[in-house]
Design a protein around this ligand. Structure first.
Ligand code: C2E
Ligand code: CA
Ligand code: CA
Length: 683
């Protein structure tokens, strides 16, 4: 049965792409026992002078009846089910036997006639490593590779793509579950020539998440554009990500939303206001003297009380109110509001009233009083941070009154001028070297050896004594002082690394970098400068950055991080788990390690989530560091979960450089695997 005229043009179009494959490919008509088409590589294989010559060959005498029957069977099999057959064939180009690994697919002409499409791979030979590798790569790779023609039809799929996507001749835009997205992408491609995206696509097993790269490759012969698509399945990663996200967005103790998701809700409410004009109120509730209960009656009692408070809060507010636990004994609520804050005030009064009833827990009767601060949007703050700050200030005012509720007033903010004073003091402190670096060791779980030290700043105040960073880093960040602080810390830390190195302690030094340092754009120069001035080997320098740094507008951050990495410096993500916990970001940036936040490592309840983070981190070849290790039990389960390094009070609090040097000199690796759990660590 000769190939029909209508099929001829179709054939020509669809073989354009096959033509350029670097492996022999031919189409074979099993009924007629004739070649229909072959690329140049196949012509060479078959020792043919031209395609016409190959097509003219009559193979009836070369192909035995048994082989002919088998070939017909292939056609029948492949017609029912579009799959790939792989076989070892001995071919006889001009009677000379040669063995090949053949990959056989069907090729359907527009008139329905089915041909065999055969790819032949040469058996392994030393000289062919490269070709073999390449062709094998295409045929055996787990990456799906497809080529779409100018009309959008799929004209080539490698075996993996055929297996996953099936043989349907879907157009490119319909490959996507969201066909609008598909159409948009196709039109963008005409301009950009190349796109990368993660999207849901159709497969023969249903929809799946794929990571796709689409590239326009002009066909050298017809001049028409073809689109080369390579894709991999990332469904598993997406599921893990969603799970982490879900866990990271709820408070496990009370089941309420946590701080991160509350912030999201506020942002949403602000965005909604732009459309609906709807106002809303924010309540910030803090329990008075909760710490006392927690310390005197124990954490378990404290936890039960928090759960009971959460339940009572839910009971006291309407369904439209969002309730979150944002810290130990801190709760926040978001509710629809009239513009003057009256609804929030009424709800706050209800809550104060409801909390008057004591809580019965473990046969003990406990009373707590709340202090509630209220700010309402848009009257008392136009963005998340000012709303939160104002609710916070109002809460402190309520606390100063001895409990109850207070609505924010401007006067309260004026009091915060105290901050301004602190800022001035801090400026002077930086100038007079009152800010110094303390160091906290990081320990290798497997050996017990010190792998590095983290530099943490301290303010040695002549009157107020030592001020912890949480009391002033925020203020530095809100002003331009943060650059100066970071510059100093880099300098101290790198100098200290050189000193230790000279004393025979080859360990890395980590410096905390604020998201603000990236925003100012000077960070790369600052690091270069510190390396240059101290002569420190960049291999031993690590920068701890936060997820919020990564989340800030993409391109620029990516460029800065790439430049920093090019200096040879290592990057780690600090406090992982409390923020967005977006694993995609981890993949996107050139990171070396992940420091899991203390809030996840103190509580075995988080083991499942932690395991997920550790596993994903390992997949991305990141070093996993657990922060805040305070006990042997904690050490035991963190080791079990597969963390690589640990840091925490269990080994050492942050120390000044003298004490840190002493630590390095006296610290001994584990005596044996048991010793790391029994505390036999510190010689
Ligand atoms: P971080 O980077 O997460 O540092 C860890 C904090 O946890 C340190 O508090 C450390 O003393 C404390 N810590 C370590 N092990 C344990 C433990 O086992 N239990 C408990 N409860 N806490 C532990 P520190 O020194 O007060 O620093 C607080 C934060 O201030 C740091 O958190 C970091 O975000 C920031 N910070 C410190 N120094 C700098 C700095 O030089 N630059 C910048 N931008 N931020 C800094
Ligand atoms: Ca840190
Ligand atoms: Ca941290």
């Amino acid at each position: 049965m000769p190939v029909s005229v209508s099929s001829q043009s179709d054939l020509q179009l669809r073989t354009e792409t096959l033509r350029h494959l670097r492996i022999p490919v031919w189409l074979f008509d099993v009924e007629a026992l004739r070649f229909v088409w072959a690329n140049d590589q196949a012509l060479m294989l078959w020792n043919a002078g031209s395609l016409e010559e190959l097509k003219s060959r009559d193979l009836h005498s070369d192909i035995s009846n048994a082989v002919g029957t088998r070939l017909k069977q292939y056609v029948r099999d492949l017609s029912v089910d579009d799959r790939t057959i792989e076989e070892h064939w001995t071919l006889f180009p001009k009677g000379d036997p040669q063995s090949y690994e053949c990959i056989i697919n069907r090729f359907i002409l527009s008139d329905g006639q089915v041909l065999l499409q055969v790819h032949a791979l040469k058996p392994f030979r030393e000289s062919d490593v490269d070709t073999l590798y390449r062709s094998n790569a295409l045929l055996h790779t787990s990456v799906l590779v497809s080529v779409y023609d100018a009309r959008g039809f799929r004209v080539y799929s490698n075996p993996m793509a055929r297996e996953v996507l099936g043989g349907t001749n879907r157009v490119l835009s319909e490959h996507f579950v969201d066909t609008d997205l598909g159409a948009r992408l196709c039109s963008q491609l005409t301009v950009s020539k190349s796109e990368s995206i993660e999207a849901q696509v159709h497969t023969r097993h249903g929809s799946a998440w794929h990571s796709l790269t689409l590239e326009v490759c002009p066909d050298p012969i017809s001049g028409a554009s073809t689109v080369l698509v390579s894709e991999t399945d990332i469904s598993e990663r997406r599921r893990a990500e969603e799970r982490v996200h879900e866990l990271a967005y709820t408070d496990t103790l009370t089941g309420l939303l946590n701080r991160a998701s509350f912030h999201d809700r506020v942002d949403e409410a602000i965005a909604e206001h732009d459309e609906s004009g709807r106002a809303f109120g924010i309540l910030f509730l803090d329990l008075d003297r909760f710490k006392l209960i927690n310390d005197s009656l124990g954490h378990s009692m404290g936890d039960q009380l928090l759960e009971a408070v959460a339940r009572r809060l839910i009971e006291s507010v309407s369904k439209e109110t969002t309730v979150a636990r944002v810290g130990g004994d801190e709760f926040m609520m978001l509710m629809p509001e009239c513009s003057d804050g009256t609804v929030s005030v009424a709800v706050a009064d209800q809550i104060v009233e409801a909390m008057r009833r004591p809580f019965d827990i473990d046969e003990q009767r406990l009373s707590v009083t709340p202090s509630i601060g209220i700010s309402s949007f848009p009257e008392q703050g136009l963005n998340l941070s000012s709303l939160m700050r104002n609710a916070d200030l109002a809460m402190y005012a309520a606390k100063a009154d001895g409990g109850g509720r207070r609505l924010f007033e401007q006067r309260m903010a004026d009091d915060s001028n105290v901050r301004l004073q602190t800022e001035n003091d801090l400026r002077a402190a930086l100038a007079h070297d009152q800010i110094r670096a303390h160091y906290q060791p990081k320990i290798d779980v497997a050996t017990g050896a010190v792998t590095g030290m983290e530099a943490l700043c301290r303010w040695h105040h002549p009157v107020r004594g030592m001020i912890p960073p949480l009391d002033f880093v925020g203020i530095a960040e809100e002003s331009d002082l943060i650059s100066e602080l970071t510059r100093k810390m880099l300098r101290y830390a790198l100098e200290q690394q050189c000193l230790w190195q000279a004393q025979g302690h080859t360990i890395s030094i980590a410096v905390n970098i604020s998201p603000r340092d990236f925003r100012s754009g000077k960070i790369v120069e600052m690091i270069e400068e510190a390396l240059l001035q101290t002569g420190c080997d960049p291999e031993y320098v690590e920068l701890e950055i936060t997820e919020s740094t990564l989340m800030a507008e993409g391109q620029l951050i990516q460029q800065m991080l790439t430049r920093i990495k090019a200096l040879g410096v290592k990057l780690s993500i600090d406090d992982f788990g409390v923020g967005y916990s977006n694993l995609r970001y981890l993949q996107k940036f050139p990171l070396d390690s992940l420091k899991i936040d203390r809030s996840f490592t103190i509580d075995p309840e988080h083991a499942a989530l932690l395991k997920l983070i550790v596993d994903m981190g390992k997949m991305l070849s990141l070093t996993l560091v657990a922060e805040g290790v305070e006990s042997g039990e904690q050490m035991a389960w963190l080791t079990e979960l597969g963390c690589d390094q640990v840091q925490g009070y269990w080994f050492s609090r942050p120390m000044d450089s003298e004490a840190a040097t002493e630590f390095l000199e006296t610290h001994k690796p584990w005596v044996d695997t048991q010793s790391r759990l029994t505390g036999l660590i510190d010689g």
